[in-house]
Design a protein around this ligand. Structure first.
Ligand code: GLU
Length: 456
């Protein structure tokens, strides 16, 4: 059985890089009828916060990736880690190191002087305890030979043991366990078979393998996923996506669209862009993740989002607009027509809401210049047109007939009309707008503008 996990450290919000590896892990487990676990890596009391845990869980809920079992918190597992530290001490695979800070600094300096990479030299493997120093616990790492990781994404990656690891600390002098130790212990105890994570963790993997081996645990499969870079190939900045996943909700992205966008960052299936979750569950395979970094493409995300918005039915849209943008379209009689128009234009729900809002609410203000260009005659023209169109039903035809009968060009009618309906001369097509608003509402909006024009 395949068991994967997502293991965020709650030092900040969930960003899209994390969400993408979570998605890969989720898909791989679900596809294989396995398990997907969620583990909060909150052992670093100084850097972790409750608020970050909450933010991560909130984002997880938004994207609807269900995990198996209860969430595991590393902060509640210190007893377990202590037990495994003791096991290693008892079996002689780890030892207490009494090296003082001064001694360590001196060793470091000497190594640097000799042009060597600073590393702990293992001296307390054999030295006796020292008075006055609270020891740390170090694990015995191999000192020669190499380790090869058969990475599911990168292929075989080899490290010389002596170049890569020293006898690193697994428990600090206050007894708290260190990061690489707890990750390996947890992955092993939780039965994780496939570790899918960012390739910024590749360099931690040899250390974790030392822990697996020392404890006699099977080493899982690793899939180290290349980073997401900006369109210019640089580290992602906040502006181009390195932001809280929940910001995407605020900006009007649908979670399904965001996930669809993310799965394509590093993975592909032919040139298909839009995947239902069912399709992803059938097709996704971490072994076909790209070896090179992928580039964040904001306009593609917008396009995918607009495709997903188009797939939403009216009831779903009503619920989303209400929840995310406090816009109540529920009682609007021509909601279906309104939604069709908005779907044509909107790439985000935020666009959608602002487009819908101008139909639901009368203009609160008018564009100064556009309103000043509307004469009393133009208002009268709008009034006459609406009278004419009242019984016609089909506005395209009514507009055509009216323009012809009065020897007018479209802008002469459409501009003042739009100022009345929406507050500005530019805006949605007139016939569609009138079909959505109805003649009566249009008349009231014209009357409101007339009031202003005549007063002004
Ligand atoms: N907690 C680590 C992080 O948030 C991930 C550890 C892992 O996936 O092995 O970067």
């Amino acid at each position: 059985m395949i068991v994967t996990r997502f293991a965020p450290s709650p030092t900040g919000f969930l960003h899209i890089g994390g969400l993408r590896t979570a998605l890969f892990s989720y898909l791989w487990a679900r596809k294989n009828g396995g398990k997907f676990l969620l583990r909060i890596e909150d052992t670093d009391q100084a850097r972790n916060s409750e608020a970050a845990v909450k933010a991560i869980l909130e984002a997880f809920e938004w994207v609807k990736m269900d995990y198996d079992g209860a969430i595991e918190y590393q902060s509640k597992r210190f007893d377990i880690y202590a037990e495994y530290v003791n096991k290693l001490l008892d079996s002689g695979k780890a030892y207490r190191c009494y090296m003082s800070k001064e001694e360590l600094d001196a060793l470091r300096e000497e190594q640097i002087k000799l042009g060597k990479r600073p590393r702990y030299d293992g001296r307390y493997r054999s030295l006796p305890p020292k008075e006055g120093v609270k020891p740390v616990v170090r694990i015995k790492s191999p000192t020669s030979g190499k380790v090869t990781i058969e990475d599911g994404v990168k292929g075989a990656v080899s490290f010389e043991w002596s170049e890569t690891v020293d006898d690193f600390i697994i428990a600090r002098s206050d007894g708290t366990p260190t990061y690489n130790f707890v990750v390996a212990v947890d992955d092993a105890l939780m039965g994780v078979t496939d570790v899918i994570r960012g390739d910024d963790h590749l360099s931690n993997t040899p250390k974790q393998i030392v822990v697996y081996n020392a404890l006699g645990f099977a080493v899982p499969k690793f899939f180290h996923v290349p980073m997401i870079l900006s369109g210019e190939g640089k580290k992602l900045s906040k502006r181009d996506g390195a932001t809280d996943v929940m910001e995407y909700k605020k900006m009007g992205y649908l979670p399904e669209a965001l996930l669809n966008f993310l799965v394509r960052l590093g993975w592909s299936h032919g040139d298909q862009e839009i995947f239902s979750r069912q399709e992803l569950l059938r097709l996704f395979d971490p072994r076909s993740i790209n070896k090179s970094a992928s580039a964040y493409n904001a306009s593609k995300l917008l396009w995918i989002n607009s495709e997903y918005i188009k797939q939403k039915n009216d009831q779903e849209l009503i619920a989303l607009l209400k929840e995310d943008f406090s816009l109540d379209v529920g009682g609007f009689k021509n909601a279906a027509l309104l939604f069709n128009l908005c779907k044509e234009k909107a790439r985000t729900l935020m666009d959608f809401a602002s487009e819908a809002r101008r139909f639901l609410l009368r203009p609160e203000s008018y564009d100064e210049k556009d309103a000043a260009a509307v004469s009393a005659d133009a208002i009268a023209l709008c009034e006459r047109f609406l009278e004419f169109a009242r019984d016609k039903g089909e506005f395209h035809q009514a507009i055509g007939e009216f323009l012809e009968a009065n020897d007018l060009k479209m802008p002469q009618l459409a501009k003042p009309m739009r100022v009345a309906l929406f507050g500005a001369a530019q805006g949605p097509a007139l016939a569609e707008s009138l079909a959505i608003l109805g003649v009566k509402e249009a008349q009231e909006r014209v009357a409101a503008l007339k009031n202003r024009v005549c007063r002004g």
